[in-house]
Design a protein around this ligand. Structure first.
Ligand code: FAD
Length: 495
């Protein structure tokens, strides 16, 4: 018989990723005398450390995987329970966990993240990357590989093809250019030479946290724990996820990447199926024999490889919460949230990759399932929970005013601001571009003479000035192309 011990708690947060932990910490400091339960499926939680505001909207921070005891020690009113939620009964304000517990809440915040979107399920030859376990699996398989095929054109694929060494990479993208999620064709062109060049030596010390490969003994409350579930539901990796692990194949070379543009996967064959298929003439130039798996692309080409990495984004992890409840779900499968981070179920909030922002966004903000937004949403959800509880008004936070993201691709600093790819602007925009090969790529998106987006690759030092120009919506028509004239110190110009 299930061990159903009912507990009651004012605040419950589900998910120990960045969104859930940020929400928990904010609730804990705002309500020091209330108990907050953080329910999470994984044995370690993700914490933001060394948080720094780089400018008004750009932020930089490190991320650490920590045992649950650290947050419990820092906030004595926080209790972490390691257990997977199996069901939510929203009307009864009740959660049921995998170990048969019942937990009643007054206010709940769902931060259960996402799952890799795989183009094929249940294939032993196709790997999705999401958490530390899947990154380790990638490393293990890569150490025996001569060729892999990477499917997808977002951030994970971009990082992966650059990081893998000693293994041929065939990269299949559905667009005309690489990195379509973040860049236009011009920026892609700027980055392409880096794919063939040797990588610079890594700095000996790097301030970002590493993702440990040893599993620390879980310290949080986890009775009757099912050891298999952590593998399925770890928190998402994030910036620099590949730096603690060596992504090296069996070949003596740096990196060799071949891109197949404008194609998708048509079919995946096992070695046996491939032998008996009419497709039996894979890329003849480089096929040394029988591969464990073959992939046929919609452009007519077929490649044999050791395994395939599916890096085609994430699907919000909503499954345990939907049945029997009345959540409004967005087209991308996320739980719809309003400008108070409220879902359609009373007293249930959501934040991070699991949710879809459905408020009327500011003209220069869009949701992207990124680390920074997971932190901002988790923190803001806690503030909204507090405001609703105390019956106080709360405005949408300033961080949702301007989209801003700072990252690294192909060893270049990359800053994305506002409608950096002219998203949703149709023909109603013009672009200004400045590019110095191997050094920097600067693109500005202007609408009716005002700056609404920018892509900055390299050490441009323009982020703060551009951010200000976007926030104050100054009319820049008079400056024309002079705006990107490298001989003008734009910072002085607009001070
Ligand atoms: P998650 O981190 O996925 O956390 C979800 C949590 O919920 C986990 O702790 C999980 O155990 C728990 N959980 C799930 N289901 C249940 C359940 N039923 N019961 C209890 N607990 C449950 N973003 C960037 O900004 N920059 C990058 O460079 C970047 N690189 C990335 C590289 C990779 C390989 C990946 C996968 C993602 C990357 N991202 C990056 C995206 C970023 O990591 C995510 O957007 C962010 O971490 C999402 O945080 P989250 O808290 O919403 O979800």
């Amino acid at each position: 018989m299930a061990n159903k011990t009912a507990k009651s708690c004012k605040f419950v947060v589900v998910g120990g990723g960045i969104a859930g932990v940020s929400c928990t910490e904010q609730l804990a400091s705002q309500f020091p005398s209330e108990k907050i339960v953080l329910l999470t499926a994984a044995p370690l939680i993700k914490a933001v450390t060394n948080f720094k505001k780089v400018s008004k909207t750009l932020e930089n921070f490190d991320v650490e995987e920590q045992p649950c005891s650290i947050i419990e020690r820092k906030y004595p009113n926080v209790k972490v329970i390691q257990s997977e939620v199996k069901q939510l009964q929203a009307k009864e304000h009740k959660l049921l966990t995998e170990n048969g517990k019942e937990l009643h809440y007054e206010k709940l915040c769902l931060c259960s993240g996402g799952k890799p979107k795989l183009f094929i399920h249940d294939s032993p030859h196709v790997l999705g990357i999401r958490d530390t376990d899947s990154a380790q699996e990638l490393q293990k398989r890569l150490s025996k590989a001569k060729r892999i095929v990477v499917i997808g054109n977002g951030g994970i694929a971009l990082e992966l093809v650059y990081e893998v060494e000693g293994c041929e990479v065939v990269w299949a993208v559905k667009d005309k250019a690489i990195g379509n999620t973040f860049f236009d064709a011009g920026a892609a062109q700027f980055l392409i030479p880096s794919m063939g060049a040797d990588k610079p030596e890594r700095a000996t010390t790097c301030k970002r946290a590493r993702y440990t490969t040893d599993r620390a003994a879980p310290e949080c409350d986890e009775p009757n724990r099912n050891p298999g579930s952590a593998e399925k539901l770890g928190s998402a990796l994030g910036p620099d996820w590949h730096e603690g692990i060596e992504l090296r194949g069996t070949q003596e070379m740096s990196h060799r990447v071949h891109v197949e543009y404008q194609c998708e996967v048509l079919k995946v064959y096992s070695a046996e199926d491939f032998l008996s298929s009419p497709q039996r003439s894979p890329d003849p130039s480089s096929d040394p024999g029988l591969w464990p798996v073959y992939i046929q692309l919609t452009n007519g080409k077929t490649y044999g490889c050791d395994f395939i990495v599916s890096a085609t984004g994430v699907t919000p992890n909503t499954e345990p919460f939907l049945q029997g409840n009345n959540f409004t779900v967005a087209e991308d499968s996320g739980l719809k949230v309003d400008d108070h981070m409220r879902t359609s179920e009373p007293d249930v909030y959501a934040a991070g990759d699991v949710c879809t922002a459905c408020w009327e966004p500011s003209p220069m903000w869009q949701q992207m399932r990124l680390w920074t937004q997971a932190r901002q949403m988790g923190w803001f959800a806690a503030r909204c929970i507090g405001a609703d509880l105390l019956d106080e008004p709360i405005e949408l936070d300033f961080c949702f005013e301007l989209f801003s993201h700072i990252t690294k691709f192909f060893n270049y600093k990359v800053v994305l601001l506002g409608k950096f790819n002219a998203q949703g602007l149709g023909q109603d925009h013009e672009l200004l571009i400045r590019c110095t090969k191997g050094e920097e790529y600067v693109k500005v998106v202007l609408r009716q003479g005002r700056m609404v987006g920018a892509v900055l690759i390299g050490e441009t030092n323009l982020e703060e000035t551009f951010e200000n120009l976007m926030l104050n919506q100054m009319d820049l028509s008079a400056y024309g192309e002079e705006l990107l004239n490298p001989n003008i110190d734009i910072e002085d110009y607009f001070d």
